[in-house]
Design a protein around this ligand. Sequence first.
Ligand code: SAH
Ligand code: SF4
Ligand code: F3S
Length: 474
Amino acid sequence: MAETLQKVVEENRQGEAYAPFQGDPNQYSKKFYIESYGCQMNFSDSEIVASILNEQGFGATRNFEEANLVLLNTCSIREKAEQTVRNRLQAFRKVKDQNPGMLIGVLGCMAERLKAKFLEEEKLVDIVVGPDAYRSLPGLVAEAEGGQKTVNVLLSREETYADISPVRLDSNGVTAFVSIMRGCNNMCSFCVVPFTRGRERSRDAVSIVAECRDLFERGYREVTLLGQNVDSYHYAPENLEDAVTFAKLMEMVALISPKLRIRFSTSHPKDITDDVLHTMAKYDNICKYIHLPVQSGNTRVLQLMNRTYTREWYLAKVKRIMEIMPDCALSTDVISGFCTETEEEHQDTLSLMDQCGFDMAYMFSYSERPGTLAERRYEDDVPEEVKKRRLEEIISLQNSHTKKNHNADIGKSFEVLIEGQSKRSELNWSGRNSQNKVVVFPKGDYKLNKGDYVNVKITSTTGATLLGEIVSVN
Ligand code: SAH
Ligand code: SF4
Ligand code: F3S
C-alpha cells in the first residue's frame, strides 16, 4: 500500500536510502587533494568524491605537494572560469615534474565539455571524469596508476549519488550543502549547464531528509538544498501516496528541528510556486531569502535567452513574494551585453533593478559558450567594451541598492546563527540573519559557540556587512 513521505521517513528507512559515512580518517594509505571551482553544486560534488575516495583508502590533504592524486573540479560557465582552471593546471606542472608518480585528474563541467580532448590539450592530465561518473573514479585511478590515461564522461538519467554520505570538506561545522537534484532541462540559450550536467533528475526524498537529520545530529544548524532549478524538484516513487514537490520536501526538512535553518538555491522565476512561498512563510526556520536570477530586464532579450518569462512576469513574481513574505530578501543574477542587446534594453535591466531593489546580485558580462543555442543561433555582437561599461553600470547601481538596504536595517534586530569567529577580530562573532546578510558583533561576556542563535541589534554597516550588538541569547 502506498505511504506518505512522513511515514517512510519515520520508519527509519534511511539505513537503506542513506548511510552516514563510517570511515576512520586515520586509516588512509594514500592522499588526495581537491580544489573546486564554479557553483555550489561543484563544491557539493567534491564532498561526494571525497567520500568515494575515502572508501578506497585515499585521505584528503590540504597540501597538494604531498598528494598522490590531485583533482580539479572545474566549471565551464564562462570563458574566464575555464581559463582559471588552465592557469591552475600550469601551477601543478612544476610539482608533477618533481613527483612524476603524482596523478592529476580533471572533474566536473570542463571535463564533461572537453572530454578526451582534455588529454590532448593538457598533457599533464591523467584522468578526466564527468559529473555523473564519480563512482568510477577508483577504477580510473587504478588504471592511471598503471600508466594509462583514462576518461569517463558518460552522463546518466538516474545518478543522484543519493546513498553516498558526503565527507564535509573545509566545513565550519555549522552550515552544509545538500544536493537534491542534478542536471537541468531548461535550455537558456546562453548556458552550458544542460550540456555539462545532463538531464534533470530528483534525488530520493527519504535520503535527503536522512542526510539533513544526520547533519543536525552532528551539530550542523543550516542546510542549503541545492539544484539548478529547485522548484522543479519532483520525486514520485510507487510506494508514496503523493509525489514529493519542492514545497513538501522543504517542509519535511523544516520539521527535523526548529533549530535547523533551511536555505535553497536556485529558483527559476517561471517555476517558483505560491505553495513554496506559503511553506517558506509558515516555518520560521526556512530562511526568508530567495535567489531569483532575472538575467535581463527586457522581454525581447529574455525571449532570446529562452528564459520563458517576461519582464512583467518577473515583476509580478517579486510582488507576490513580498505580499506573502514582506521581510524576504531577494538576490539575482544579471548578464550584460547578451547578443543584440541595445542601449534601451540595457536601460530596462537597470530600471528593473531599481524596481526590485535587490539585496545582492551576481553580475556578469556575456561570455559565448561553445555548443549553446546562442552560439549556434545568434551573433555575439555587443563589443567587449560596451559589455564592460554596461556591467559597470549594473554593478554600480547594485552597490547603491545594497548600501540603501543595509542602511535600512540599522536599528532592527535579527536572529543570527553564529558561523564562527569574524575574520578580522577574534573578539567578534560572524553569522548570518535569515535574509542571508552577514552580521558581525562583539562576543562580549556571553558564553557562546558557533552554531548558537542570538538576537543582534544592527548599529551600523560597512556596505557588505551589518554590524551590531547582542540583545539576547536564544
Ligand atoms: N541555474 C541557475 C544558474 C546557473 S549558472 C539559474 O537558472 O538561474 C549561474 C549564472 O551564471 C546564471 O544565472 C547566469 O547569470 C550566469 N551565466 C550563465 N551562463 C553565462 C554566460 N554564457 N555568460 C555570462 N554569464 C552566464
Ligand atoms: Fe543554465 Fe538556465 Fe539551467 Fe540555470 S536554468 S542552469 S541558466 S539552462
Ligand atoms: Fe559551472 Fe558547472 Fe556549476 S558550469 S556553474 S560548475 S554546473
